[in-house]
Design a binder for this molecule. Structure first.
Ligand code: FAQ
Length: 318
């Protein structure tokens, strides 16, 4: 079903949202909608790019050629996700170089989760299992997000995230059937990543300033707490199968609710991390800034090439 053009652009926008159709770049949209989309897509793109660092840290130390090939592919996929997302953001009239500038000067956020260190190879498995697991939980509904270029980018990203999640779980399964030392590494990594993974979904609903409007605009399809609960419900049986203990003494099945109850997230830690004071914030941004500066010559060469080509096309048309 397509929404017929209407005399008032605002009416067309509202009718498109109400009919569960997509807003496209050529369509009129309220400034608040555009700003929210830029904010969310840019944060998401930055998360993918910064998110290459924690696992990238282990590429040179992967324990076998097979693990190295898998990890390389995963980290490259994350770069690709960043690029699809920056492209989606550009359809809203922003410039990629401005977004990157805002990231490296701390004026735009990226996910809190990537400010924690990766201390052993088990972290690679646990990131795949929990972090990609949480990302899938959050992102599958975003495939139905109301902004067309974002929703379409999410379809492809989610397919790749599923592979990422499975490779993590498979790595952990292998480690859990290995030595006691390997099982201990998996448990230790699980202990460190569990709570930060729950924080990925954002603040509790009553403290989330953006959720109500984003739900009304069908940018978000579920609240932060709904998705956090979905993630817990999905992950507890996976932890049982794996043979690890999730580090939460309050975690138990609640038959009445039909969900797992879980303990209180330390929101003061979350606030500290997103304010820039997590264990690795400074390191992540310094690394990103260095990589950006090192890549200056590539950007200069690419734009010189593009300018030259445009000149040649113009000459040929004369
Ligand atoms: N970290 O009002 P809300 C990945 C901010 S997955 C940092 O609830 P909203 C894959 C929020 O921006 C990770 N900041 O906000 C991968 C807002 O601040 P602002 C990326 C957070 O937007 C796996 C303030 O708190 N995924 O990269 C966080 O309605 C493995 C108030 O919050 C996405 O970005 C946080 N965790 O809901 C890569 C998914 N949570 O902007 C490599 C798309 C909240 O007003 C390796 N994004 N904040 O200054 C979303 O679904 C939403 O933006 C939420 C936040 C749910 C993250």
């Amino acid at each position: 079903m397509t929404v017929e053009p209407m005399a008032e652009p605002r009416d067309h926008f509202e009718a498109t949202i109400a009919a569960d159709q997509r807003i496209e770049p050529r369509d009129w949209m309220p400034e608040g909608y555009r700003k929210t989309m830029v904010r969310q897509i840019a944060q998401h793109a930055h998360s993918e790019i910064i998110g290459m660092q924690p696992e990238g840290n282990w590429i040179t130390r992967a324990p076998s050629l097979r693990r190295k090939a898998i990890l390389l592919a995963k980290v490259q996929d994350e770069a690709g996700h960043g690029l699809y997302l920056y492209s989606a953001a550009e359809t809203l009239g922003v410039d990629r170089s401005d977004l990157v500038e805002k990231l490296i000067t701390g004026r735009q956020k990226y996910s809190s989760i990537f400010n924690y260190p990766t201390l052993s190879f088990a972290d690679v498995g646990v990131i795949g299992w929990l972090v990609d697991g949480a990302a899938i939980c959050n992102q599958v509904p975003l495939c139905r997000s109301s902004y067309g270029p974002y929703a379409r980018a999410m379809i492809r990203i989610c397919k790749e995230e599923s592979f990422h999640q499975r490779q993590g779980y498979e790595l952990l399964m292998t480690m859990m059937s290995g030595t006691q030392a390997q099982r201990d590494m998996v448990q230790d990594a699980t202990n460190r990543w569990w709570w930060p993974s729950l924080m990925m979904f954002g603040p509790p609903d009553e403290e989330s300033p953006n959720t109500a409007q984003s739900m009304a605009w069908k940018i978000k399809r579920h609240t932060n707490d709904e998705l956090r609960q979905r993630f817990v419900d999905m992950t507890v049986p996976q932890a049982d199968k794996l043979g690890v203990t999730l580090p939460d003494p309050d975690l138990r099945w609640n038959a009445e609710r039909g969900h797992y109850d879980f303990g209180a997230v330390d929101w003061s830690e979350f606030k500290r991390v997103i304010a820039g004071d997590g264990p690795c914030n400074a390191e992540r941004i310094a690394h990103r800034r260095r990589a950006h500066e090192d890549g200056a010559w590539v950007r200069a060469a690419a734009s010189a090439h593009a300018a030259k080509r445009a000149e040649r096309v113009k000459e040929a048309a004369r």
